[in-house]
Design a binder for this molecule. Structure first.
Ligand code: PRP
Length: 177
């Protein structure tokens, strides 16, 4: 089942103490990819999730940087396009911007103009949900472009920060801490 597969996925996550700062235990979601069995298992999981979401989303918005790695797998199974949400300066051509405030300063998220059509149902994908600030800002940006975020997915969620409370759509998290 999906639940069994998600449990098995945990073994592929590597833990790094004191990264990026002393006292922080870093859980590396990319380590799933450094085992070919890990990637195969993740693909099976994302396929199982896609089956449930088929027909319910028109487009996937993938968040830079690590959302870019996982979203295309979902895109293949859902048969919908994948569009990038990036930090300012990283996307070519005209963009729509949304400035937001993070724990450690300000940033600007961008979306290429016309990458979303008005009324599209958007599935937002990132690697990690912590405070929810990034997903919330991406949601506002997508709304500014005329899209509606209907579903989210992250590989890892930091439960104690309750980031999902800031979001008005369901979020699937494969793993939590
Ligand atoms: C990390 C992570 C999420 C965000 C989650 O990105 O990839 O995008 O933080 O945190 P939040 O829920 O508190 O907003 P980061 O800003 O480190 O950028 P990166 O993905 O480019 O490394």
């Amino acid at each position: 089942t999906l639940e069994d597969n998600i449990k098995m996925l945990e073994q592929y996550i590597e833990y790094f103490p004191d990264f990026p700062k002393p006292g922080i235990l870093y859980k590396d979601v990319l380590s799933v990819l450094s085992h070919s069995d890990g990637l195969k298992l993740l693909e099976v999981i994302l396929k199982q999730i896609s089956i449930k979401l088929r027909g319910k989303v028109d487009c996937i918005a993938m968040l830079e940087t690590r959302g870019f790695i996982f979203a295309p797998i979902l895109s293949l199974h859902l048969n919908v396009p994948c569009i990038p949400v990036s930090k300012k300066g990283n996307l070519p051509g005209p963009v729509i911007e949304f400035p937001y405030i993070l724990e450690y300063g300000e940033d600007i998220l961008t979306l290429q103009l016309n990458s979303i059509t008005k009324g599209q149902k958007i599935f937002i994908v990132d690697d990690f949900l912590a405070t929810g600030g990034t997903l919330e800002a991406a949601t506002r940006l997508i709304e500014k472009a005329g899209g509606e975020v209907v579903q989210g997915l992250v590989l890892m969620e930091k439960l104690e920060l309750e980031g999902r409370k800031r979001l008005n759509f369901p979020v699937i998290s494969l793993l939590s801490e």
